[in-house]
Design a protein around this ligand. Sequence first.
Ligand SMILES: Cc1cc2nc3c(=O)[nH]c(=O)nc-3n(C[C@H](O)[C@H](O)[C@H](O)COP(=O)(O)OP(=O)(O)OC[C@H]3O[C@@H](n4cnc5c(N)ncnc54)[C@H](O)[C@@H]3O)c2cc1C
Length: 412
Amino acid sequence: MERADLVIVGGGAAGLAAAVMAGQAAPNSRIVLLEKGARVGKKLLATGNGTCNISHQNASVDSYHGGGAQRVRDALARFSWEDACRFFRSIGVETTVREDGRIYPLCTSAAAVLDCLRIAAANHADIRCESAVTALRPTANGVTVCTADGEIAAGHVLVAVGGAASPSCGGSSDGYRLLTDLGHTRTPLFPSIVQLRTDTRFVRAVKGLRVDGTVSLMLNGHRLASHTGEILFAEYGLSGPAVMQISRAAGEWERRKQGTLTAVVDLLPTISADELSALLSARREALATTPLEDFLTGLFQRRIGQTVLRMAGALPLDRRSDSLTDRELSAVVCAIKEWALDVTGTQGFGGAQVTAGGVTVTEFDENLISRRCPHVSAAGEVLDVDGDCGGYNLQWAWSSAATAVEGWRKKR
Ligand SMILES: Cc1cc2nc3c(=O)[nH]c(=O)nc-3n(C[C@H](O)[C@H](O)[C@H](O)COP(=O)(O)OP(=O)(O)OC[C@H]3O[C@@H](n4cnc5c(N)ncnc54)[C@H](O)[C@@H]3O)c2cc1C
């Protein structure tokens, strides 16, 4: 049977980084990386809309969710965002820190990041695509790794197969099965960093348009999450960075659907309701003869303005703006500041960037070595750790890979 010191299962962010790190840490070892897809790093290519938000300057335990705060703390202490920047420089990727703390490759190309990772990994590991791992069988001094093409006797295995999110980019549930078959447990899975499905009555009329607004998620009137930034109106509901940022709470709610979840959009968060009321009163005078359908054009894009008026019940729209009553004006203020949409769910794993939940990370030691099987480690999204939107998930992939490789190196 073929033998290897380390078999890395999964050629995504964590697996490719681990191959480079393991090769650097133990240059004479035999490392094999097995990837299910036709190519490595398919999901990495899609990150940051093709620009790859590699990390975040504020990466700390506070930006992560799941069961293993201490594991996250340990991994970030071992391999921080600065270490990530140094690592990427060592393989040819220059990085830049943006004003908001997000870190990107200077060339803003996920393809270039993947190329550098792939080339560096190939210097150290035998990379095999279309090699799905079907089972891991512990032996006395290692693990037998089973694929359709045969078996490999591995001294150690690193499971870096990612999570269930975005199956079109290689997301799969394989890792949960591989690890639960070894005796691990898995916490409930739900999509995060995902678009929201809502009541579409008025949203459809503005689909494709974007605003800089605040979106809040309210459960039975109690605020669960809120974020200000770009909101994109879509055929099915709401998308855009601000929505993705708060979507974890919707994913969690969707699992049980207890209570009524509402997304409340403030289309003008920089102006208070009183200021807006005064502004609209002044506008009513200044634009007295303008048809009502264009009363809000200029404050918003035309289609948004007209939709707001319809929502407020300020109909018909073919009358003069100065015919707007005070009562109607108050309703318009309310529609702008508190556009409430019933949430029906999320766009599911198909639309999600990340999987919340996963294999219980506390069943792995501080080096991310399995407590069930000492010749197995895990890294990346397969574990029950997920980060906020902003580079935190890739930082977890790098930090957990570095931790797992360090654990393997120490144990050899
Ligand atoms: C559209 C999109 C945009 C994103 N943008 C960002 C961003 O800008 N910043 C950020 O921090 N995060 C981003 N993310 C999240 C981030 O990409 C993931 O969290 C990260 O890739 C997880 O790394 P991973 O190595 O654990 O898994 P993956 O990168 O998913 O890699 C897992 C690999 O394992 C392979 N595999 C699966 N099963 C098997 C098997 N049985 N045998 C062998 N191989 C297998 C898969 O084919 C895959 O290649 C984005 C995600 C998506 C979908």
